[in-house]
Design a protein around this ligand. Structure first.
Ligand SMILES: Nc1ncnc2c1ncn2[C@@H]1O[C@H](COP(=O)(O)OP(=O)(O)OP(=O)(O)O)[C@@H](O)[C@H]1O
Ligand SMILES: O=P(O)(O)OC[C@H]1O[C@H](OP(=O)(O)OP(=O)(O)O)[C@H](O)[C@@H]1O
Ligand SMILES: [Mg+2]
Length: 325
């Protein structure tokens, strides 16, 4: 039997729920054979796929090492945990959940420190006054180092923190922090404020491919099938299907509809009897329906799409390009 294709997904919390829902919407059902406590699962209909349930940071490491072929994890963890990330993994697609910003935050009481340049100014004075370097509490050691370096800040020291980082300044174990924030509530509750240019990374959950994994022809075929489902669902989400039929419907009208409403005509222009199927961005539906009726349509129907399978699969194309590099 050939080696399994490994898909690594988050094992807990909102990331797990969102990941399962995301795959389900794409028609790919994840299931844990042994129930909730099992850390191995399957993907319905794809026998050679092994689903590995892991922590989000472990997923980043396994992708770097090639233990998993594809995985779902946050971009922040990819950039923090994988040196030379763009060579070793490819961010195939942002999944629209798990949004979090990695930020530099200082005590609100530091009214003169609004920017990274201000921070640079105070670090030197701090060192002279306190005979130690300013301390930054974070678990994002690598992201912090490269961001501070890019701003020319060198007079600081990192204090590694694995939990309750926002509490470090009040507890006296650091002067400022680098951590993730989504709503900003935790920072505010701890009397902290993000510097104006202090957003290091805007992260979200991504579908990530590993370069090092064993990309046998069978593994590539499995990836193609998975990415085909995902791309078909993504394409379906972007549009609603609009149908109409009226005599005056012609190529000129279609050109105008395309430029005004961003519609696509996936099956070509109107037939000789004026039958037309369009794919229209959801926000433009009413405007399009009004336009078509103004030009002679009696009826315009609109339906949601579940999947749109195109011959071209941009996600698989991206994977292939990455594996060739
Ligand atoms: N409000 C949030 N809190 C924590 N993580 C979030 C939040 N919003 C999005 N994320 C993302 O979720 C991922 C972290 O998930 P999680 O905390 O489950 O993993 P982990 O850090 O590996 O596990 P653990 O916290 O048990 O060590 C990161 O990519 C992070 O950006
Ligand atoms: O900006 P906010 O919306 O307040 O979110 C940010 C906070 O949420 C997370 O903690 P969480 O409580 O999820 O626990 P975790 O660190 O174990 O993931 C994260 O570590 C921050 O502390
Ligand atoms: Mg966490």
């Amino acid at each position: 039997m050939s080696a399994p294709f490994v898909l690594a997904v988050p094992s807990k919390g909102r990331l797990q729920e969102n990941t399962e829902a995301f795959f389900a919407r794409a028609g790919l059902k994840l299931s844990k054979a042994g129930g909730a406590r099992d850390y191995r699962g399957t993907l319905a209909g794809l026998d050679n796929v092994e689903v590995a349930y892991l922590s989000a940071s472990e997923i980043a490491s396994q992708l770097a090492r090639g233990v998993a072929h594809l995985g779902v994890t946050g971009e922040d963890l990819v950039r923090e945990n994988i040196a030379d990330a763009d060579k070793r993994v490819s961010l195939i697609d942002g999944l629209g959940f798990g949004y979090a910003d990695v930020v530099v935050a200082v005590p609100q009481a530091w009214i003169d420190v609004r920017t990274m340049a201000d921070l640079d100014d105070v670090t030197t004075g701090f060192r002279e006054q306190h005979h130690m370097r300013m301390r930054v509490a974070t678990k994002f050691v690598n992201l912090t180092r490269s961001f501070f370096q890019s701003h020319g800040i060198t007079d600081y020291r990192i204090v590694e923190s694995t939990g309750a980082t926002e509490g470090a300044p009040a507890a006296g174990s650091a002067e400022l922090i680098v951590d993730i924030t989504t709503t900003g509530a935790t920072l505010a509750a701890n009397g902290l404020r993000v510097l104006d240019d202090g957003v290091i990374l805007r992260s979200q959950a991504n579908l990530v491919a590993s370069k090092e994994a064993d990309w046998s022809p069978q593994a590539r075929e499995t990836a193609r099938v998975i990415l085909d489902h995902i791309a078909a669902r993504a394409r379906a989400n972007k549009y609603r299907e609009v149908r109409t039929r009226f005599r005056q419907c012609d190529a000129t009208l279609l050109t105008e509809a395309h430029s005004r409403f961003g519609v696509e005509a996936p099956f070509g222009g109107p037939t000789s009897s004026g039958m037309l199927t369009l794919h229209c961005p959801p926000g433009q539906l009413y405007a399009l329906a009004s336009f078509l009726r103004e030009h002679g349509a009696e009826t315009v129907s609109v339906v949601s799409l579940d999947y749109v399978f195109d011959r071209e699969n941009p996600l698989f194309a991206k994977l292939e390009t990455f594996l060739r590099q």
